[in-house]
Design a protein around this ligand. Structure first.
Ligand SMILES: [Fe+2]
Length: 375
């Protein structure tokens, strides 16, 4: 049995011992509570594992939602229980009084339940709009006021389903963007099962086009199938170490994209190559670059990129993970960063990821950039 299958069992057993056992309720209620938590770990066994991602079996939406709620409760409770048990050890060292196990378990249960309900709702709700005016060096006056919408980390699947993606698309269109950029992690699952969930992307409307680049999750499933669907069925022009030149009068604006590094690591696609992506661009024209992960920013900043837009971090998702996400992503987690002369914006993501479908104090967003030429 693999480690990823043992971990949920370990968490379940730990919660029986540390959370349920001290509660002053009948054995029958404890048994039912343990069974309910078992539903949360069964979710892990109902996922089809692919190379490094996973796809959800077709289950009724309410069943998926219930399993996700219980799974989120299990994970959140696990971390709070670790803190509770650290307090238990300190109590035992310094006090002869019996530890108030029942009250501590009730407290952990209440906090976890509130955090789970709030965090799951935050993950599922339609994202808000986060608008930024951004001055782009060398941007021609013809592009001043250009509206660029950014959607990233949609992770369409059985939970972020067709209906949820349609709401994101409708809200994006309501902003009247001139251009839409999507730097990766479109979907989790195979084309045959998840095509319908990502299909609303075909309704995106932007007169200057909809462009994308791959995220790591595109490589976990049917890469060729998804690239074909994105380009030919949904109208998303994928930029893989490529650029396009947008023109308005005498002004030019370069939109470039590099693929996520995962394809190169797995040997199934090109590695990110900023030199190739910007080959033969007109001198002096500003560049906006899509790069799924932010940690390539120091490298990209050396190529006169004006603005890099990234996702991948999900903003950390819950307090405590922020610092881990920071360490894993070159110090960039969410919001604005200045990297040499390049501006970097890291979106917390437009949706959620089914591996841990929760967001606490980290709302998802549709990002809207309003480009400004210098005064
Ligand atoms: Fe990602």
């Amino acid at each position: 049995m693999r480690l990823f299958m043992l971990m949920p069992l370990f968490v379940w057993l730990y919660e029986i011992v540390s959370l349920i056992r001290p509660l002053k309720i009948s054995a029958w209620y404890k048994f039912i509570f343990a069974l309910i938590l078992m539903v949360g770990i069964s979710r892990e066994f109902l996922y089809r594992r692919t190379a490094r991602g996973f796809d959800v079996y077709e289950l009724p939406y309410p069943a998926l939602l219930a399993m996700s709620l219980i799974f989120n409760f299990l994970v959140i409770t696990f971390f709070i229980l670790l803190m509770k048990d650290a307090c238990f050890i300190v109590w035992k060292i310094f006090s002869r009084a019996p530890f108030p196990g029942h009250c501590a378990s009730l407290f952990v249960f209440s906090v976890s339940l509130c955090a789970t309900l709030y965090g799951t709702y935050e993950g599922l709700r339609v994202p808000g709009v986060n608008s930024h005016e951004v001055v782009i060096e060398n941007l021609g006056k013809e592009f001043d006021g250009l509206k660029v919408a950014m959607l990233v980390d949609i992770h369409a699947d059985a939970l972020t389903n067709r209906e949820a993606v349609q709401k994101i698309v409708n809200k994006t269109n309501s902003l009247g963007p001139d251009l839409i950029l999507m730097p990766g992690d479109f979907v989790d699952g195979q084309v045959i099962s998840r095509f319908k969930d990502l299909e609303p992307l075909k309704d995106l409307k932007a007169p200057l086009g909809v462009f994308g680049s791959t995220g790591n999750h595109e490589y976990y499933y049917d890469l060729k199938g998804w690239l074909n669907a994105l380009e030919n069925d949904f109208g998303v022009k994928m930029l893989e170490n490529e650029h396009v030149i947008l023109k308005s009068g005498d002004a030019e604006l370069i939109i470039a994209g590099v693929p996520d590094m995962t394809g190169g690591q797995m040997g199934i696609s090109a590695a990110p190559d900023i030199e190739q992506a910007l080959k033969d661009i007109p001198e002096g024209s500003p560049v906006i670059l899509m790069d799924h992960r932010p940690n390539g920013a120091p490298r990209n900043a050396k190529y006169n990129v004006a603005l890099q837009i990234s996702g991948h971090t999900h903003g950390g998702q819950i307090p405590g993970i922020f610092q881990i996400a920071k360490k894993m992503n070159g110090g960039f987690v969410r919001g604005w960063y200045q990297v040499e002369n390049m501006k970097l914006y890291v979106s917390p993501g437009t949706s959620q990821w089914n591996g841990f479908p929760v967001r606490i104090f980290d709302p998802s967003e549709i990002t809207l950039f309003i480009l400004r030429s210098p005064e």
